[in-house]
Design a protein. Sequence first.
Length: 361
Amino acid sequence: MNDQGLYYADYLQLDRLLQAQQPESGKRGGAEAHDEMLFIITHQAYELWFKQILHELKSVLDLFASVPMDERKLGIIVARLERVVAIQKLINQQIGILETMTPLDFLDFRNELIPASGFQSAQFREIELRLGLRARLAPTAFSRLAADDRDRLQRIARETSLFEHIDAWLARTPFLEFEGFNFWESYRQAVAVMLETDRRSILGNPLLSSAETAQQLAELESTRRTFDRLFEPDGFRMLREQGVFQLSQASVLSALFINLYRDEPILHLPFRLLTHLMDLDEQLTAWRSGHALMVQRMLGGKIGTGGTSGHDYLRRTVEKKRIFADLYNLSTFLIPRSALPVLPSRLRRHLGFSFTGEPRV
Ligand code: HEM
């Protein structure tokens, strides 16, 4: 602060921030590697954005944690998740900047970094934990961290994650049974009608050979079995064992309802929330995949400075660490709007905004 009020550089603590780029190369008498500055700044920019992502995520978790959850807060939750996704899109592009460094330029300073690695990013692990990856983090995930980071992350691992909050929130979705109307019975009937129409069109298709007809009927039968699994406890258990779903059966069915009837006003925000969770998962997956490719470009088959197999380890995390893949797998069970059961008008009135009055049928 000076006598003219708050000063830009003081407010942002630029003296500390801009002093924090200290290349390792050149410290021990050798030449400083030109590209190490880019390497440091890129990582620092990531960590700053990780901090902002955690700021948003923690506030979303707090809003979900208030019991009973105030549904009026859903708009704030949706807006903050939208912001997280916007940040992810930006930081994913930073990979392209770092890739202007060639593998040979990287080798100019790589050995100076051992044993440090992005593998030790405590904020990245915290994001993974807060999103819901606790069960799928390898026991070694914290092994290279300093003891205080490890203790803190182990405490966070015991807190309720976004995935768990979403699971509980979805399971509470109202309206699935309403004054004698059971949505799932109507939906199953609609699916049966749809599959029967498909069966007739296969049988009536003069262009198919008998072998092709048999094959298409077998595929249709397999689709029918998949739909059945959604509703039967044993079948659903099978879907979980196959890794199709990690959410509870009640939550999966609610998410399906929200997707199918997302045009109803009361479901607009829940639908946007589910969409942002898919976007968030997609951006994180895109980062993992882009980062793994960058690592292959830089290191080929060399091991990482953090002690993993490098590209091979990272490539495997791409599919293994999906968080909201359930919401993607749900698309298997969507049916066309034209085939959807018509909701009773009293129920539609509940799903509308009160000032719209009687829905037009
Ligand atoms: C030249 C650029 C880079 C190379 C060669 C590289 C290399 C690696 C390697 C080999 C690993 C596996 C762990 C190990 O054995 O070290 C890893 C993990 C990781 N890196 Fe990078 N990295 C680069 C840039 C970045 C950047 C810019 C970030 C941003 C923060 C980052 C964040 C991470 C994270 C979070 C992990 C842990 C991933 C997980 O365990 O799922 N890396 N990196």
